[in-house]
Design a protein around this ligand. Structure first.
Ligand code: AMP
Length: 284
């Protein structure tokens, strides 16, 4: 069932809670693909009721980013959700979430701001304020849906770690369920932004997963020096790629690693024809 208003969601939640049903939430920005579907299926398996939110959250986009052209495919998304057994698709307007004038008066919104240590690195370095926008909207969604479980993809691992931290720090009564990255057979991690890529771009985009798989292979063969592991990336990069970062960080607190170990996650971001792509891999 497609619902646009917060008050409608609340009515259903109230009824479900009265019946003692477990509620799962899958927050998304829509343009749903099999990566999203895996989160949705996990929720449907784990919970009595599943809510999928579809909201292209304006306050998590920085100036000059793709807010206006971000793919919006609500009809297809609703079909995917219905077929997967979702109970409510919550697709609010920006006005429903932030009220009139939200875009012009962001300053007047109460924000949830995660610690700088977690947001000054990786994606947060180039996307200043992005994680404030993410935490604010996720917090609002938690308050609206009051889920017992919420499902997040490891595809956006910095986001996942920051949300886990927020939930701990603010004692939010929800269990965060991390879900593995879904990839194409080629290795390319599924992403709504892959829609921006031409067939040629998609071939060049394989560099991300190839670099990560190769690093993991080298690590499993005994190479632990981060400098040496980083240098293996260059043979996969060419003039089409503009590397933003390749970093080795701790899976729990994002601290930088000099020596790779089982708790290391390798994060990569690059631009390809103006499209920013991210990926990561755990060395475990
Ligand atoms: P988005 O719509 O991009 O905001 O993503 C919504 C949720 O789906 C986030 O928790 C993402 O991490 C997750 N997600 C996106 N792509 C994938 C993927 N390829 N595999 C697993 N989860 C994903």
């Amino acid at each position: 069932m497609l619902v646009h208003e917060i008050s409608q969601v609340r009515e259903h939640i109230k009824e479900w809670k009265k019946q003692g049903l477990k509620v799962g939430l899958v927050p998304t920005m829509g343009a749903l693909h099999n990566g999203h579907k895996s989160l949705i299926e996990k929720s449907v398996q784990t919970c009595d009721k599943t809510v999928v939110s579809i909201f292209v959250n304006p306050i998590q986009f920085c100036a000059g980013e793709d807010l206006d052209k971000y793919p919006r495919t609500l009809q297809e998304d609703v079909k995917l959700c219905e077929n997967a057994g979702v109970d409510i698709v919550f697709a609010p307007s920006p006005k429903e979430m932030y009220g009139e004038g939200h875009i012009l008066s962001n300053d007047f919104l109460t924000y949830v701001v995660p610690p700088y240590f977690y947001t000054d690195k990786l994606c947060g370095k180039s996307r200043v304020g992005h994680f404030d926008g993410v935490c604010t909207v996720v917090n609002k969604l938690f308050n609206i849906v009051q889920p017992d479980f919420a499902f997040f993809g490891e595809k956006d691992r910095q986001q996942l770690i920051i949300i886990q931290k927020m939930v701990r720090d603010l004692n939010i009564p929800v269990e965060i369920v991390p879900c593995p990255i879904v990839r194409e057979e080629s290795g390319l991690a599924l992403s709504s932004r892959n829609k921006y890529l031409s067939e040629d771009d998609k071939i060049h985009a394989l560099a991300l997963s190839k670099i990560l798989f190769n690093i993991k292979n080298c690590y499993k063969k005994g190479v632990t020096d981060v400098q040496a592991l980083s240098e293996t990336a260059y043979s996969f990069l060419n003039e089409h790629h503009s590397l933003e970062y390749l970093e080795f960080r701790d899976e729990n607190n994002l601290e930088e690693k000099q020596t790779a170990d089982e708790s290391t996650v390798v994060f990569i971001a690059l631009k390809l024809n103006g499209v920013r792509l991210i990926d990561n891999i755990s060395l475990r």
